[in-house]
Design a protein around this ligand. Sequence first.
Ligand SMILES: Nc1ncnc2c1ncn2[C@@H]1O[C@H](COP(=O)(O)OP(=O)(O)OP(=O)(O)O)[C@@H](O)[C@H]1O
Length: 581
Amino acid sequence: MKEKKKESPFSRLWSWAKDYHGGFYGSVLLAMLGVGGSMVAYFSVAAMIRILLTGGGLGACMHWCLLMLIGYVAKSLCSAASTALSHRATYHALRDLRKQLLAKLSRVPMGTILDTPSGQYKTTIVDRVEGMEPTLAHLIPEMTSNLLIPIFIAVYIFCIDWRMGLASLATTVIGMIAASQSAKTYAVKWDGAVAVGRKMANAIVEYIGGIQIVKAFSQSAGSYRRYADAVEENAVYYKNWMKENQKFMCIMQTVTPSVLLVVLPVGLLLWSQGGLSAADFMTVIVLSLGFTGPFLAAMSFVDELAVVGTNVDEINDILEARELERPEKKVTLKDRMIQLEQVSFTYGKEDEKVLSDVSLTIRPQTVTALVGPSGSGKSTIAKLIAGLWDVSGGSILMGGCDIRDIPLDQLNQQIAYVSQDNYLFNRTVRDNIRMGRLDASDREVEAVAKAAGCDSFIRALDQGYDTVCGSGGGHLSGGEKQRISIARAMLKDAPIVILDEATASVDPENEAVIQKAILALTKGKTLIVIAHRLSTIADADCIVVVSKGKIVAQGTQKELLESCPLYARMWQAHIGTKDAA
Ligand SMILES: Nc1ncnc2c1ncn2[C@@H]1O[C@H](COP(=O)(O)OP(=O)(O)OP(=O)(O)O)[C@@H](O)[C@H]1O
């Protein structure tokens, strides 16, 4: 079977900018008019020399002077308009591309996102996309026009005398060979530069993320090996690369403009033998001088050409990543019953099963608690129900429908999930709570905060509800973040609420307040709660004991105390801790 031809990076980039092709065509046209305008000066000088050598008058020369002025004005106006048009088209295209990338991330499995260091996403979405700017805004209009004009002049010189045509091209050909060598090494080296750059970005993101630990253990930036090594490696890589590349660039930049070194001797020889008129000789001299400027300008984009492939591939890797396969069309759910049927799950390696053969029925409007030792798989069960990951085996049904057959939006509307990390965005407290339901009024936000037991501490903050939470909620304590996360989930008013260790960071007094609030706010809803403090879930309709990825028992507290030794031990340990406290 014929293998599908890989799309070139340029056609891919061009297709990403498809809504703005008109702007790019316009900018190329204007750029060509601009370079053409700048060429008028050379043609005018050549024409004036021809006039003077053939005994023409001053009047004729004045016409050429006027044309030169018009050419200059046209060049300035057209170049400015071309730049404006190409940048407008480019930044709109880059904006759309960034939106597309972010939208894509919401459709890929969590595993893909968690397995990718966040520094890498930042580099791709911010830096690589920005790296497309020179290609779209400059390379397309400027390189095209700067290449076409010299070709036009070269044809003109060939028409005057083909030998002079060859002479005027000699240094440009050498320059092109050097430029192609530079481009070849550039493309290879750029791949390496991307790799060391990515390593450095990841190390920096990790370093900043763990800055508290670095400080707590008196580790200075220099002693943080991975970070320091990555920075050093990046610097050394660029230094060596630039050293290697320099020779090609030097050849191109010094040989190409020295066109007269060839044109003058060849022209003199032809003129002395009567093969070339003085007027034609002068015309060729002037035109060949005007020829190298645009050519060198065009060659300055060779580096950009070389990096396009790597940048486009990196962006494309995200755009083409496998998506969670979900239908678009809403389905009818019979009820809100959740059923796990022989669910197995692995985060990565097939032989490292985190859950195996888990079957569980969660009836609507009941409280189900998942308990068990650390690492037994409780959070994983919650994440699978919330649809953050796909099961590896078996199925999860909601209202009789496999959750893989429910559109992501519809599933999201059914579930409010408070995760362990209680992540808050670097926005105001009000905005963070409002993320539960974007159209909620200020009054509704405050009412839900009051119900979740956080109104009084929010009001005590410097700016009250308008206090900015800091990156990841860093300006607030663990318990405060947790309570705001609960309020956010409550505002969503989804029929199913999943609380993953929602009371772990709260002191006993507040825990009681929150428990009361949670019970009041989840009245009539299905509540799935994961709590290490067993006293908080003692009244649950069903307590599910998870151990080593399996469900070992389920029932009420009373039933489990009698029938499940693991639960009885956990309860005793919990009571013991409480007594000790
Ligand atoms: N993103 C992940 N990638 C790989 N392994 C993971 C991931 N998340 C959890 N695990 C592993 O899966 C197992 C179950 O983890 P899970 O968080 O579900 O346990 P848990 O019972 O909720 O634990 P805890 O009570 O300590 O939160 C653990 O061995 C854990 O190391």
